[in-house]
Structure formats: C-alpha cells, structure tokens
Design a protein around this ligand. Structure first.
Ligand code: NDP
Length: 286
C-alpha cells in the first residue's frame, strides 16, 4: 500500500469498538483502483476524546472522515456546518473538508436511496418503515425527499417514533404517520415498499421482525439496512413470498461511494468497492 504524500490525502474513520472494520478495505480498494495514493484509516476514539480527535483532523488537514456510533450526533457541535439532509436527520456519518471548513453530511440515507432506485423508483409509493433510530431516520428523510406518497413509521419506543414523524411532517413536509409496534405488525395491502431500519437480525440470521409475513405480497419491494448477514430472515421470508429484495450491503457500499466522491471529487467504481467489502467480510474469496 503506498504512503500518502500529505495528510490531506488521508481520510479517517472515527469509531469505537470497530477494529477490523471492513469498510477500510472497501474505501482503500477504491483509492487503489483509481490510482490515488490516499489512505483510509480506522481510528479508535473514545467518546470523551471526540473533540480532540476532530481538532487533530482539522489541524492536520485531513480530507475528511467517517463517523460510526456513538459519534454521529455528538460530533455536530465540533463542525462548521451541516448539509441539508444531515440537518434534518440530526446525525452526521461523513465529514468533508471544504476550504477551511469541516462540513457534516449524512450519506447513510443517500446510500440506501441509491440501492432502492436501482430496483424501484420511490416517487408516489407508500412506504412502511420499521425503526426510528439513526439509520431509520436517515432512510426516512432521503426516501421522503425523493418524493414518496406516504411513510408509516412503526417503532417500539413511541417518543422516538413520534419525533421522527414530526420531523418528516413539519420540517420535510411529508405525509407521514406513526404506528406503535405492539405484537405482529400487519402490512396494509397497498404497501409498495417495506424497510427494516432496526438492528433486528444483525449477526442473527434466524431472528424475525415482529411482522405477520403472510401480509408480504408479490408486488412489494422489501429492503433491510442490516448488512450482516446480507440475507436476513426478513429478506428470505420476503423472497419466499415473491417480493423483490434489497440487502444492506448495497447501502453500505453506496454510502462509501458517496463519501469517496465527496472527498476526492472522483466517481469510484461501486463493484470494485462491493467486491473488496465482501472479501473483507469473508463472504467471498479474493
Ligand atoms: P439505533 O440504536 O439508533 O436504532 C435501533 C433501532 O432498532 C431503534 O428503532 C430500535 O427501536 C430498534 N430495535 C432494536 N431492537 C429492537 C427490538 N428487539 N424490537 C423492536 N425494535 C428494535 O441503531 P442504528 O439506527 O444506528 O442502526 C440500526 C441498524 O442499521 C444496525 O443493524 C446497523 O448496523 C444498520 N446500519 C446499516 C448501515 C448500512 O450502510 N447498511 C448504515 C448504518 C446502520 P426503539 O427505538 O424502540 O429502541
């Protein structure tokens, strides 16, 4: 791996407990493929040290950095500004140096939207979204801004669910409603797109959402933000019921593609990045 000539060719990933982060291999594969002597380096940062880490990145002229949990919200006061969707979502997963400013963006929802658009144009569609945490908020805002007709947010914690719906209605001017998640949820028959935005199924291939799977129909597109395993129980159930499905790996790759585009100004090759990610996750051999 070549050494960058300047720290301005360094992009960080400020994370906690993410040693072996497979997105490092994914982003560095893009740099290599496009002949850039840049590096993307995972940096373990404990929450009390976040402010100093951002000051360090600023002082050393990093081109930018990603943030993983728990830093996505707490980083905001340390930045110079936010992009439009990061403002609505209230979380930042990607920081970009623009001139002397560090600007916070949210590429999670944008990455999801790219995956969705490859399968289904969301304009005018009715969406059921499970979850109201960071990933679900990002997905809801981007899918909403892409012109869906209606979003139903289904969440266990009422306050979080209602807060997301308030944002969608009052700040993004979308047609949205909240439904508390009690028992097995039955999808309305006119649902076009079903999204799991919760962490249910992460590293647990057999764990099911509290969802009546008999309400999944062949006309529906079913997407999962969970990327490990890529074929979650929800996606397997949906395939068995004739739905088209979208895995969480596509979202992860696409947020990386958008990040590399923001930092370098260049359009990276998504298949190269997906291949590297799958190898790093042990899903295929090199
Ligand atoms: P948060 O902790 O912010 O939110 C978790 C959400 O899951 C909440 O809505 C929570 O509900 C819900 N939830 C968790 N367990 C249950 C349960 N047993 N029953 C009902 N609801 C439950 O996490 P994130 O939003 O940051 O992450 C969610 C998932 O998204 C993770 O698996 C993460 O890996 C994935 N992700 C994927 C990305 C990708 O690129 N593919 C990018 C970012 C995240 P409640 O509010 O009621 O607690």
């Amino acid at each position: 791996m070549p050494t960058p000539r300047f720290l301005s060719e360094l992009v960080g990933c400020l994370s906690q407990g993410a040693a072996g982060n497979p997105t490092v291999a994914m982003v560095e594969a893009a740099f290599r493929h496009h002949g850039l002597d840049w590096r993307y380096v995972n940096m373990e940062v404990a929450p009390p040290d976040l402010a100093h880490a951002v000051l360090g990145a600023r002082a050393m002229g990093f081109r930018g950095f990603n943030l993983s949990m728990p830093h996505k919200v707490t980083v905001i006061p340390h930045l110079d500004g936010l992009g439009e969707s990061a403002t609505l979502i209230g979380a930042v997963n990607c920081v970009v140096r623009r001139g002397h400013q560090l600007i916070g963006e949210n590429t999670d929802g944008k990455g999801f939207l790219e995956s969705l658009k490859a399968v289904q144009d969301p304009r005018g569609r009715r969406v059921v979204l499970f979850g109201a945490g960071g990933a679900a908020r990002a997905v809801a805002v981007e899918v909403g801004l892409a012109g869906v007709d209606h979003i139903t947010v289904v969440n266990r914690d009422e306050a979080r669910g209602r807060d997301l719906v308030d944002t969608l209605r009052n700040r993004a001017h979308l047609n949205a409603e909240f439904v508390p998640w009690t028992g097995e949820f039955r999808l309305p028959a006119n649902t076009d797109i079903v999204i799991n935005g919760t962490s249910i199924g992460l590293y647990e291939p057999e764990t099911r959402l509290p969802l009546d799977v008999t309400t999944l129909g062949p006309g529906m597109v079913v997407a999962d933000v969970v990327f490990s395993p890529p074929q979650t129980r929800l996606l397997r159930d949906a395939t068995a019921r004739g739905c088209r499905t979208i895995d969480g790996l596509g979202m992860l790759v696409n947020q990386g593609v958008i990040g590399v585009r923001y930092w370098t100004g260049m359009d990276p090759d998504p298949p190269v990045m997906r291949h590297a990610l799958e190898v790093a996750m042990g899903l295929r051999s090199a």
